[in-house]
Design a protein around this ligand. Structure first.
Ligand SMILES: [Zn+2]
Length: 283
């Protein structure tokens, strides 16, 4: 592992050179003024290895663009190249800074402390591996993770179709897992009908049906809905939690309703918590 640079991030200074004049700001006749800014926050989640890891600055920062939209004050985005202390890979941290007053002679005076707001590539937290879901639908896990990878790579046009496909595998694999004798029928049935005909929980039926509808919309030539990929992803995560809960609850019921408790009936975290928590050690 790379030894961390001995820096006090509350006083770290980055310099950047504006490539063009900011609207309304006198750069004293030059666009080569160097502005020093104090970085007070570094990314703590690496978008490359997807670990919680502090980054270190590893190069010269650069000013990107100004905004003049709704803000009365000119704003700039500063790109700072950073390195992950775990995987050693580089990525870019983005900061916003605002010009709050008179711009002097190239110092940082008048510019606010840069506020960290995003990374490139975007930081997307990993999906937690679930033994229950891997047992029921390894295809769902594979498709979902591949779609997340596409999201990390910025392939935004693929996401709706990817998440929609993941949802279909999750629901159908679960229904087939519970009703293996009906596998052929479930495979042939439209997903929306599968949900309506086979799931008797009103809440999850409503959420899953909404996810199907949003997912289908992403595959149309002309989209009709206003929902975003994040909405679809959020609904799928809820359906996944429901599947996990149903299966883990069924295993727990089987385990605790029987005198014989074979190891294969031991379920995930929920039951392990019940049987090996700190109270059992502490007495
Ligand atoms: Zn990393």
């Amino acid at each position: 592992m790379r030894s961390s640079q001995d820096v006090d991030i509350t006083r770290l200074l980055v310099s950047f050179v504006p490539r063009q004049k900011l609207e309304g700001i006198d750069l004293a006749g030059t666009d080569l003024a160097v502005i020093d800014l104090h970085i007070r926050e570094l990314p703590t989640f690496c978008p490359r290895c997807r670990n919680s890891a502090l980054a270190t600055v590893c190069g010269k920062a650069s000013w990107v663009q100004s905004y003049d939209g709704d803000s009365p004050e000119p704003e700039a985005v500063v790109e700072v190249p950073v390195r992950c202390c775990i995987c050693d890979q580089l990525y870019v941290a983005l900061y916003a800074t605002m010009h709050e007053g008179a711009f002097g002679d190239g110092s940082s005076q008048g510019w606010s402390d840069p506020h960290f707001f995003a990374t490139v590539p975007p930081a997307i937290a990993p999906t937690l591996p679930s033994k229950t879901i891997m047992k029921i639908s390894p295809s769902f896990s594979k498709i979902f993770d591949e779609t997340v990878a596409a999201e990390l790579a910025g392939l935004t046009e693929l996401l709706g179709a990817g998440y929609r496909r993941a949802l279909e595998f999750l629901v159908k694999d679960y229904l087939i897992f519970k009703n293996p004798e009906r596998a052929d029928v479930i495979k042939r049935t439209f997903l929306a009908n599968c949900i309506k005909d086979n799931i008797d929980d009103d809440t999850i039926t409503e959420l899953a049906d909404k996810a199907v509808s949003i997912g289908n919309d992403f595959t149309h030539f002309e989209r009709r809905g206003v929902h975003e990929v994040a909405d679809l992803k959020g609904l799928i995560v809820l359906v996944r939690r429901w599947v996990e809960f149903k299966e883990d609850a069924a295993l727990a019921r089987a385990r605790f309703s029987s005198d014989v408790r074979p190891a294969e009936l031991r379920v995930g975290l929920a039951v392990d918590d019940l049987t090996s928590g700190p109270t059992s050690k502490g007495g």
